[in-house]
Ligand binder design. Structure first.
Ligand SMILES: [Zn+2]
Length: 265
């Protein structure tokens, strides 16, 4: 991944996606905003208890760094499901936004925005059809197939073929830190098959850890996606740069991820 410093903001970009001049994307960190602890500083989550004025300022900074304005953003109310929103410029904006865990668009200049603090950001770009998609996959979404549902919707609406799509699996809680209980391990084994690729014993030998990166890569490959870049950055190991719901015991903010097709390239 590339680490980009823009004014005071720091964001990451996938190496494969930066090769396409048609798109802009940023996986933002917590750096460069105005929120106080425990939301310090670039929190863009409006439901975590942070001052709404700070959240708005942070969101404006983030969007500006992507050369975008609020009216040209589209987001969802993330609910750990598999519904996918098709974003169109002509649609009026409602608040709260529609419940969905993926957004896709072929409209240039529209920024897709989602919020994260351990769940997995999945970014998709189809250079053949000029379509982008953004998906939020926590353990539930991963096991339900939120990523493949996004790919399927890109095919259904825009005719995208999985083999043309470039995918990125962003910073999220890693297999080093994501200890889960028996309920989750049994559901993971049911959804993914019994394999120590996805559910493993951590180095301390206690409990079981779920590998959301390997699981998402696996389900995307099963869906026919061939080009996948994995960030490999654990949010819980890196709370100096990212928010981690697990590592910060729920008292934390959300970092933003933005993806758009550029107006002029
Ligand atoms: Zn970790």
């Amino acid at each position: 991944m590339h680490r980009v410093i823009h004014n005071d903001l720091v964001f990451y970009q996938f190496e494969t996606l930066t090769g396409y001049s048609e798109i802009t994307h940023g996986l933002f960190t917590r750096l460069g905003g105005v929120s106080d602890a425990p939301f310090d500083t670039l929190n863009v989550g409006s439901t975590v208890g942070d001052d709404p004025v700070c959240v708005r300022t942070n969101r404006e900074r983030m969007i500006l760094a992507m050369s975008c304005v609020e009216a040209d953003t589209r987001t969802t109310w993330q609910v750990h499901g598999t519904d996918i929103l098709v974003a169109r410029r002509s649609d009026s904006i409602h608040w709260p936004p529609p419940q969905a865990d993926g957004i896709i668009t072929a409209d240039v200049g529209l920024s897709l925005v989602m919020r994260f603090a351990d769940c997995v950001p999945l970014l998709f770009f189809d250079p053949a059809r000029q379509v982008v998609g953004l998906c939020h996959a926590g353990w539930r979404g991963t096991l339900l197939g939120a990523g493949p549902a996004t790919i399927e919707k890109m095919g259904e609406i825009y005719g995208c073929r999985p083999q043309d799509i470039m995918a990125g699996i962003g910073p999220s809680i890693g297999p080093c830190c994501y200890e889960v209980g028996r309920e989750v391990t049994s559901q993971a084994q049911e959804a993914l098959g019994i394999s120590d690729r996805f559910v493993r014993s951590p180095s301390n030998g206690y409990g079981k850890c779920l590998d959301l990166w390997a699981a998402n890569e696996h389900v995307l490959r099963l869906a026919g996606v061939e080009h996948i870049e994995v960030a490999g950055i654990c949010t819980a190991c890196n709370t100096h740069e990212f928010y981690s719901h697990r590592a910060e015991k729920g008292r934390t903010g959300r970092f933003g991820v933005v993806l758009k097709l550029k107006e002029n390239n």
